[in-house]
Design a protein around this ligand. Structure first.
Ligand code: 13P
Length: 259
């Protein structure tokens, strides 16, 4: 997959059906303002169908130009896994993307690099683009361990992928201390880790593959801090939480990457 600018909204466990429909329709209606950016909406799983309808998704096309993603999935195709969603089910509902290994999944639901690795392989096998999340905690950053932590997460979450598979993956660097805190990483802090991730991909696959991979930043991205992040050479988009719940804010962030 050639490197492109991707701005994705992680709605987390927010909104109701009417609000989800209105938000998706609102983004789709103004999609033309940010036509150089690939937009992805990741609603709560029960609203994926509703949002797909609002986006007018049909088969493998999105007339609105806005794509749908899951926030999580199981790594098995089907079976006795109460409460879980299979990769093929996301595809069936029109999803092209799936967020994997979000820090909330890792810290609140016990996901490990091994879990994320199994899910990443399953997503690719199902034809989904995995958005694989990595990022250090405040404690880890203050102890000087950011590079080691992120390196281990990238290597573990993407272990065993072929260069061709690695070129299909999107990575989101989300420092845990910046998520939902209003405390955004400085552009220099973010760029440093993005460059590290790209060089890791270079050693795991090749420099050509590394140059092709979209690496998003996530953590308190807002319209007023997106431009300085977007100006960094290795920041290719954003994974947005809170600000993705408002059309103006989400599109304001996308506008910063629209060049
Ligand atoms: P906030 O943008 O609300 O900080 O959330 C970031 C995030 O977790 C996106 O996945």
């Amino acid at each position: 997959m050639a490197r492109k600018k991707i701005v994705a909204g992680n709605w987390k466990m927010n909104l109701d059906r009417a609000a989800a429909t209105a938000l998706a329709a609102g983004v789709a209606a103004r999609r033309g303002e940010v036509s150089a950016v690939h937009l992805v909406l990741c609603p709560p799983s029960v609203y994926i169908g509703t949002v797909g309808t609002a986006l007018n998704l049909s088969g493998d096309t999105s007339p609105s130009g806005v794509w749908l993603g899951g926030q999580n999935m199981h790594d098995k195709a089907s079976g006795a896994f109460t409460g879980e969603v299979a990769p093929g089910m996301l595809v069936d509902m029109g999803c092209r993307y799936v967020i994997l290994g979000h820090s909330e999944r890792r810290t609140l639901f016990g996901e490990t690099d091994a879990t994320v690795n199994a899910k990443t392989k399953a997503a690719l096998a199902a034809g989904l683009v995995p958005i694989v999340c990595v990022g250090e905690t405040l404690e880890e950053r203050e102890a000087g361990n950011t590079q080691a932590v992120v390196t281990e997460q990238v290597r573990g979450s993407l272990a065993g992928l072929s260069p061709g598979e690695l070129s299909q993956v999107v990575i989101a660097y989300e420092p845990v201390w910046a998520i939902g805190t209003g405390r955004v990483a400085t552009p220099e802090q973010a760029q440093e880790v993005h460059a590290l991730i790209r060089s890791l991909l270079g050693s795991m696959a090749s420099p050509t593959v590394a140059a092709d991979v979209t690496i998003q930043y996530g953590g308190s991205v807002k319209p007023d801090n997106a431009a300085v992040l977007a100006a960094q050479p290795d920041i290719d988009g954003a994974l947005v939480g809170g600000a993705s719940l408002k059309v103006d804010d989400f599109l304001g962030i996308a506008a910063a990457f629209n060049s």
